[in-house]
Design a binder for this molecule. Structure first.
Ligand code: Z5A
Ligand code: MG
Length: 211
């Protein structure tokens, strides 16, 4: 890396409507305002060819078996790996809206899908420097705008996903942040953690996921 400071790989995870996209956009804005080179990465990226198929699946316009859609979401991340690595090495901090953990959690809560099988194709992707989990309370969840019509937007699925995220956050020692506060309060808490991490990564090597 020739002594050049790299960017940090920051991932924001959480259940549906916990405010991930709102917060990721704000994080990038605030980092840039502080002269930190930063960019937003969103998964799924619905603009690529795998993303087009994922979009149709989520909107229930096409059917894929559980294994096939899982691998599509993973491929959607592999398509972006080289570009993400290039940007990080150029010093750009990436704020990532959902990542491999969403992939593992949403697939493995389905019947007959083991966590181990779901983790395997994620191995080798870039390992985040920091994972922030937004946790929404039951009381706040019902106040957020209604579920849309996408395939996973139902209470049973979201409850299983919320539990799986909580379990994963304990095992992997993530930073857990309450998503119940106002947009600005949640943003402040996340930004403090992100800024600290950006200053820590320096010339540290990038690692890859190894579940
Ligand atoms: N999925 C998968 O299965 N496998 C994978 O590998 C990946 C994803 C990557 C689509 O994802 C689906 O794909 C998702 C997981 C699955 N299925 N579900 N559920 P997506 O990321 O494209 O989903 P989305 O449509 O963007 O929804 P979301 O990400 O779940 O929402 P969000 O980003 O967390 O929330 P938001 O858009 O920022 O905010 C939601 C609303 O709440 C909005 O009206 C805001 O104005 C409001 N909001 C936000 N923050 C607040 C606060 N603090 N207070 C009050 N109101 C707020
Ligand atoms: Mg979102």
């Amino acid at each position: 890396m020739n002594g050049l400071k790299r960017g940090a790989l920051i991932v924001v995870e959480g259940v549906d409507r916990s405010g991930k996209s709102t917060q990721c956009r704000k994080l990038v804005e605030s980092l840039k305002a502080r002269n930190v080179n930063a960019a937003l990465v969103t998964f799924p990226d619905r603009t690529t060819s795998t993303g087009g198929l994922i979009d149709k699946y989520l909107k229930q316009e096409t059917h894929l078996c559980d294994e096939a859609i899982h691998l599509m979401f993973t491929a959607n991340r592999w398509e972006k790996k080289a570009e993400m690595e290039r940007l990080l090495k150029q010093g750009v901090t990436l704020v990532v809206d959902r990542y491999s953990y969403s992939g593992i959690v949403y697939s493995s809560v389905k019947k007959n899908m083991s966590v181990k099988w779901c983790q395997e194709p994620e191995n080798g992707l870039l390992k985040p420097d920091l994972v922030l989990l937004l946790v929404l309370s039951e009381a706040e969840m019902v106040k957020r705008p209604n579920y849309g019509s996408e395939i996973y937007e139902n209470r049973e699925m979201q409850e299983k996903v919320a539990q799986a995220f909580r379990d994963l956050s304990e095992r992997e020692k993530w930073e857990v942040v309450s998503a119940d506060g106002g947009v600005e309060d949640v943003h402040k808490e996340l930004l403090d953690k992100v800024i600290k991490k950006v200053s820590q990564v320096g010339t540290q090597p990038l690692h890859t996921l190894n579940f």
